[in-house]
Design a binder for this molecule. Sequence first.
Ligand SMILES: NC(=O)C1=CN([C@@H]2O[C@H](COP(=O)(O)OP(=O)(O)OC[C@H]3O[C@@H](n4cnc5c(N)ncnc54)[C@H](OP(=O)(O)O)[C@@H]3O)[C@@H](O)[C@H]2O)C=CC1
Ligand SMILES: CC(=O)[C@@H](O)[C@H](O)COP(=O)(O)O
Ligand SMILES: [Mn+2]
Length: 398
Amino acid sequence: MKDSRQDVIRLALMGATGSVGSSVLDVCRRFPERFQVEVLAAHSNDSALLPLVYEFRPALVALYDEKAAGRICPDLPADVHLLTGPDSLREALGQVPLDHVVFATSGTEAIPALLDALDASLDVSLANKESLVVAGQWVMPHIRHPHQLRPLDSEHSALWQCLRGESLSSITKVWLTASGGPFLDFTPEEMKRVTPADALSHPVWSMGAKVTVDSATLMNKGIEIIEAMRLFSLPLAQVDAVIQRKSLVHGFVAFVDGAVKALVSQPDMRLSAAAALAFPERLLLEESLALPDPWLWNLSFEKLDGSRFPCFRLAREAALGGGGAPIVLVGADEVAVAAFLNGLITFTAIGDVVEATLSSLGGETPSTLEDALDLLDRSRQYARSFVCGSRAERRYLL
Ligand SMILES: NC(=O)C1=CN([C@@H]2O[C@H](COP(=O)(O)OP(=O)(O)OC[C@H]3O[C@@H](n4cnc5c(N)ncnc54)[C@H](OP(=O)(O)O)[C@@H]3O)[C@@H](O)[C@H]2O)C=CC1
Ligand SMILES: CC(=O)[C@@H](O)[C@H](O)COP(=O)(O)O
Ligand SMILES: [Mn+2]
């Protein structure tokens, strides 16, 4: 938590070279008097990380991959400390004085560091969805003070902003908006033929490959429903999604008295990042981010037809089933999306891989975080062998 006597918020940014990472850094770039980036962490992209080191001059750099760390080491400024390996995110938190940690990593490797950051009472901005879906039950009890955990995912940021000053008990329902992805109007036959390049062409957002494909299958919206259940302690019956093709409305909250609050803004992750980093203040990032006059918004909403998107249905079933099912969903989807992007399976086979893995492992209920992470690994293994078996039988080939 920021010491009120300090002017500058000392930040660690996990996932600095990614899409969300670059939005966060743009906020820091515009407000150098408010944010000092003390830690920059990435997985293996040393060539993208190096210029950021020279621009932001952190005290510490962490690269998960040891070969990438070996490559960057000779080029680092002498006063920048380098950490590497699977524990480097956790070690980084212990080595530099910090106020705020941003988790903009993909995957689930950062869960232990997320727990450490919460235990250390640091403010945390969380873009990563997988960690809450897999480990929300073990993460949420580590929150030490109100607004310590700030959602960066645009829809959850919207809900969090609508809920400021409200009580969770006065919610009747929360709505997440969905762009619908690039295939919203495709027939099932057309969907069978889409390529990775088609799926990576999101109608609104520019994001990392995994979340972009998840948007196309609508798995992203399913995962986000579970993320909202974890963040706001709501049952599935109180979390829903609606199509808003322009992603101008990000989410809304319906309250017991019949009032509904919505958050409307340009689709730009710098807005979610600034809302979380500067909370409770609001920052003027740039004039062009203001919306035009309301009569130009042309807002429209459509019912989300879940039956056309098996991944959305599977995620809702996993949310309802509870136990380990959401964990299995995340592990299987990670493998299936990678297989699709590598040309090993068709787009529509992503749902088949997830469904088969859920049928095999979705009934387990882990009782500890260690068991949950073990189930996640076994789900990945099961999904990989399902992909290999399917290829041997020449099913699902592109
Ligand atoms: N992009 C978006 O607009 C949104 C994304 N999200 C969520 O935010 C997360 C990040 O998404 P996005 O930015 O699109 O993803 P990207 O693929 O663009 O970036 C991922 C980042 O995480 C880093 N990373 C991955 N694993 C590790 C690790 N073990 N240790 C340290 N760094 C790691 C990568 O490093 P390297 O480059 O070296 O591989 C990279 O910096 C995901 O969970 C996504 O679902 C949520 C809402 C919106
Ligand atoms: C920017 C963001 O928050 C993404 O998670 C976004 O939600 C993806 O768009 P879809 O609505 O297409 O899933
Ligand atoms: Mn989102």
